[in-house]
Design a binder for this molecule. Structure first.
Ligand SMILES: Cc1cc2nc3c(=O)[nH]c(=O)nc-3n(C[C@H](O)[C@H](O)[C@H](O)COP(=O)(O)OP(=O)(O)OC[C@H]3O[C@@H](n4cnc5c(N)ncnc54)[C@H](O)[C@@H]3O)c2cc1C
Length: 389
């Protein structure tokens, strides 16, 4: 029987553990924290926040895989009346519809967008600079980057298409992402996976193949390999609870600068106590900008979409997510150029900044399946063909 060690019990580590155990391997997972989930944790307590605004996109490969195993659990559907309360800030005011020229861009597939050119230049040629900038800012919802227009056109266009698809790809597990993590942990447990928490690994084991399913920064330290780097986003996070008031928007997307605010209780009442609404926002910030700069921009969006919010606040928290929001690809690069999954000597990387396709956590998912198929010697196989996948 194959034995595999998985370091990290987040979305990637649990995906690796389940797929390896399903293929018949004896799996041990080591997780440094006292709970599983990593960046997909949901806070306990009266306000059930994910680490920043999180949505599970149903267009990715992880969706079908999780669904087939009944690991997604109940969803919190967005009522149509709430969906109609999505607003876009453009030229300082809120509007319901995107600028017409922006729609022109949506007709272009990601394959029509070049890898070597930045999104802003490519999109400006097709729809004019104003629409190009608005589109770049809109797609910050899935990029968490302060200058999406400077990234590879192919990379941004893929995300723009997915973030504007109708019906929307964004879905919300009821109770937050922790409910998916709990189900994944249960599945791993039932398959006989040994899970040790409060178990930080400092040295790579050499007696089994190892899947290092940590952030890329943690993998860099663990493997002592300074080449393990890739650009990511830096974004100010704001979590807010306010007393309920009719007329609040569902979400505000900033088309004047990158930024997104979403009232998560619009779709899931279980996230805050009765009579309160939970809002989570992320405002990407440039290297020279501070958390306070991002929060100030978030407050402008709050002023527009949530009348009297300052007097209604019951709870508030702010932070910065730096390098925690997955890979972004600069012009001239694709996911294939990121740090390879196979590190040699039976060590494999899984995570959202390594060489695997997909959007955000889908990269963690796909790289985890790739890592396991390589570790089990199923070289050359499509990881999604793994037994039971
Ligand atoms: C603000 C924000 C918003 C996001 N929004 C979305 C979204 O809307 N949709 C989406 O799909 N994705 C989103 N993501 C991305 C998603 O959260 C991540 O891609 C995913 O959770 C990463 O999972 P992972 O398992 O690769 O890494 P992690 O979640 O970082 O897991 C790694 C685990 O390894 C553990 N670990 C580290 N070092 C060691 C060690 N030495 N020994 C043992 N354990 C160790 C850590 O404690 C951690 O639990 C968002 C992320 C952020 C920060």
């Amino acid at each position: 029987m194959h034995r595999i060690t998985v370091i990290g019990g987040g979305f990637a580590g649990l995906t690796a553990a389940i797929s390896a155990a399903e293929a018949g391997a004896k799996v041990t997972v080591y997780e440094a924290h006292h709970t599983l989930g990593g960046r997909a944790r949901t806070d306990e307590g009266p306000y059930r926040t994910n680490e920043g605004p999180h949505a599970l996109y149903n267009g990715g490969p992880h969706w079908a895989w999780l669904k087939r195993r009944d690991l997604i659990g109940p969803l919190a559907p967005l009522p149509p009346l709430e969906a109609a309360r999505l607003r876009l800030r453009h030229h300082g005011v809120l509007r319901r519809t995107p600028p017409f020229a922006l729609l022109k861009l949506l007709r272009r597939g990601a394959r029509q967008a070049p890898v070597d050119t930045d999104f802003l230049s490519w999109a400006t040629e097709r729809a004019g600079e104003e629409a190009a900038r608005a589109a770049a800012h809109y797609v910050a919802v899935a990029l968490f980057h302060h200058d999406p227009g400077a990234l590879s056109a192919a990379f941004v266009q893929e995300r723009l298409r997915r973030a504007t698809r109708l019906p929307p790809e964004a879905h919300y597990p009821r109770g937050g992402w922790a409910s998916v993590i709990d189900r994944m942990a249960g599945r791993a447990w039932n398959l006989g996976v040994r899970i040790e928490t409060v178990a930080r690994v400092h040295t790579l084991p050499t007696d089994t193949p190892v899947v290092v399913a940590t952030s890329l920064a943690a993998a860099r330290r663990l493997l002592g390999d300074d080449s393990l780097t890739w650009p990511s986003g830096r974004t100010a996070l704001i979590d807010l609870a306010v007393r309920t008031r009719r007329g609040d928007v569902f979400a505000v997307s900033d088309l004047d600068a990158p930024g997104w605010l979403e009232r998560f209780t619009a779709q899931d009442r279980t996230l805050a106590p009765a009579g309160e609404q939970l809002i989570q926002g992320q405002i990407p910030i440039a290297p020279h900008e501070s958390r306070a700069d991002g929060v100030a921009r978030a407050e402008q969006l709050l002023d527009l979409g949530f009348a009297g919010w300052r007097e209604r606040v019951t709870w508030r928290r702010e932070s910065v997510a730096d390098g925690r929001t997955g890979a972004v690809d600069l012009p001239g690069t694709t996911w294939r150029d990121r740090p390879a999954v196979d590190r040699g000597d039976g060590v494999y990387l899984a995570g959202d900044q390594v060489a695997a396709p997909g959007v955000l956590s889908e990269v963690s998912f796909t790289s985890a399946l790739t890592a396991v198929s390589l570790a089990l010697g199923q070289h050359g196989r499509n990881p999604l063909d793994l037994k039971h996948a």
